[in-house]
Design a protein around this ligand. Structure first.
Ligand code: CA
Ligand code: CA
Length: 231
């Protein structure tokens, strides 16, 4: 009888021990999972740093304001708003472009050259004759011309068909194509009215400020442009 009771007590004890071990294992696994999911303080700092770097474009290689491989600041085009750009002395800013209005008259070739170089030190300006490619720019320039040349004057801008008759191209090399235009009625006519033998250079007409092709050899006032830049 005593042996039987001892056997039963032993079995119960073994069951209790097994249950206790299972309980401990379950608790330990829960703690381990928790530890993997929740990083310690150092890991949080690393994660915060990595996230901040991803959210801040200045922290990425080659992004605006960062240093390039050669150590110079890398400026991404289009990332600076026009109000933060500046023009050289003597230029007037419209949007992201700077314009200058000549005091003297030149033929088209001389005017084009004058817009591309500075006469003071013969350095290239990176500029060219003005390109009124849209109505807003054209309206701005026409208003300036009206105020600056009150006696009326035809004014050169950078549009010609010198390379191929009838194929108008801007002085930056882009074709006029089907882009916005502001030709005077009946223009361009390549001198068909008999006023010139050939007319390959576009100008603003003094009477209406509409576009008209004229002989490139007449000396006229002209408008130059350069891109505005970060001061
Ligand atoms: Ca022509
Ligand atoms: Ca004409």
């Amino acid at each position: 009888m005593a042996a039987c009771v001892l056997s039963i007590v032993t079995m119960v004890t073994q069951v209790v021990v097994v249950l206790e071990v299972r309980n401990l294992r379950s608790e330990l696994e829960t703690k381990l999972r928790h530890k993997e999911a929740v990083p310690d303080g150092k890991d949080f700092d690393k994660l915060r740093g990595a996230k901040a770097a991803l959210n801040d474009p200045r922290g990425l290689p080659g992004a605006a304001g960062s240093s390039g491989r050669d150590g110079r600041d890398v400026k991404q085009p289009g990332t600076v708003s026009p109000e933060n750009l500046a023009c050289p002395s003597g230029y007037v800013k419209f949007q992201d472009t700077c314009f200058s209005f000549s005091n003297e008259r030149r033929n088209h070739a001389e005017a084009r050259c004058a817009c591309q170089t500075t006469e003071l030190n013969c350095q290239t300006t990176g500029g060219h004759l003005a390109l009124p490619k849209d109505q807003a720019t054209n309206d701005f320039l026409v208003n300036q011309i009206h105020d600056r040349y009150p006696n009326g004057d035809d004014v050169w801008f950078g549009l010609t068909d010198q390379l191929q008759e009838g194929e108008w191209a801007w002085d930056d090399g882009a074709p006029l194509g089907t882009g916005w235009t502001n030709w005077y009625t009946g223009q361009p006519d390549d001198g068909a009215d008999g006023f010139s033998s050939a007319e390959d250079c576009a100008r603003w007409r003094e009477d209406s400020y509409k576009w008209d092709d004229g002989s490139c050899f007449f000396p006229r006032h002209y408008v130059c442009e350069v891109s505005a830049a970060v001061p």
